[in-house]
Write a protein of this length. Structure first.
Length: 303
């Protein structure tokens, strides 16, 4: 469970650095760029060429793709009805629509379901959450960052988004059954491993818990959607409607209950979509998710 410990230590380090005078106040911006331009592309180049495309992908893949579309429909409809700003709607769609299916998800799923569960978690994360973030996440950020953007501008942002470039290259290699030399794979793995500490330090630097903040009601709604409504939807869909059973289904449902994705919050912040709220979604959502995950695990073993 050292990954869980790393999550909390990195977040606390970011909070502590807020009080260090020598550390630049906007230092989180440089950390965000490191994650976007270096760490995330490295992850794609390491993992995507190794993904095996089979029918077993359908249940875990649905968690990320259906989950994000569900978030889009929910917050777009509610936001327009309530007269929210585009930046607020975009922030909630991205942060509540993308789950922390790797850095928090992997160790929890492995602890509960073993290696078989971990295989499912990797499918949920790599061709699922990561790809959704690099495609639908960027499209959403481009649309809501400045209101209605031109289709050509959004397309340009996607094409030149470093993680997407790496993802496209990795997909071609996957189709051609190619992979990098072991030395390069080792480099990509080590660079990709920096995503969690660097991204969470950045989140900690931006995280400010203000009891009188106007973000609290939106934070509560976003986390309620992510930690309870989303897994409830997949429980009904996978278990009741489709009649799914076994570790693959249960691990997939539990992955849907994970806290908001760290890099999703970084993406929202990078596009100016309510950076403070996006940081709170991760900073408050991660510790809170351990309680909600216990609840959903009890539901899965009881019914």
């Amino acid at each position: 469970m050292d990954n869980i410990l790393l999550v909390f230590i990195s977040l606390l380090m970011g909070l502590a650095l807020q009080r260090v005078i020598a550390f630049p106040k906007n230092g989180y911006m440089a950390l965000n760029q490191f994650v976007i331009y270096i760490a995330l592309p490295a992850l794609a180049l390491y993992y995507i060429p190794k993904v095996s495309v089979t029918t077993d992908l359908l249940y875990p893949l649905g968690i990320a793709w259906i989950g994000f579309l569900l978030s889009f429909v929910f917050f777009y409809t509610l936001g327009k009805k309530m007269g929210w700003s585009n930046r607020l709607i975009g922030c909630l769609i991205i942060t509540a629509g993308l789950g922390n299916t790797s850095f928090v998800g992997f160790p929890i799923i492995q602890a509960l379901y073993g290696e078989e569960g971990l295989k499912t978690a990797i499918i949920v994360d790599q061709p699922g959450s990561f790809v959704v973030m690099a495609t639908l996440g960027i499209i959403t950020a481009g649309i809501f960052a400045k209101g209605a953007s031109k289709g050509s501008d959004i397309l340009k942002k996607i094409i030149f988004f470093p993680p997407f470039i790496a993802f496209a290259l990795a997909c071609v290699m996957n189709v051609l059954h190619l992979d990098f030399h072991n030395n390069f794979q080792s480099v990509f793995m080590k660079l990709g491993a920096t995503v969690t500490p660097v991204a969470l330090v950045s989140v900690g630097l931006q995280l400010k818990i203000d009891r009188h903040s106007r973000h609290w009601k939106f934070l509560s709604l976003g986390l309620f959607f992510k930690l309870f409504l989303t897994p409830a939807f997949f429980f009904v869909l996978y278990r009741i409607i489709l009649g799914g059973k076994g570790i693959t289904v249960d691990a997939s449902i539990l992955e849907s209950a994970m806290a908001p994705m760290i890099t999703g919050a970084i993406l929202a912040s990078n596009y100016g979509l309510k950076p403070k709220l996006s940081s709170m979604m991760v900073g408050v959502g991660i510790p809170l998710s351990f309680l909600s995950l216990a609840f959903w695990y009890y539901i899965l073993i009881s019914f």
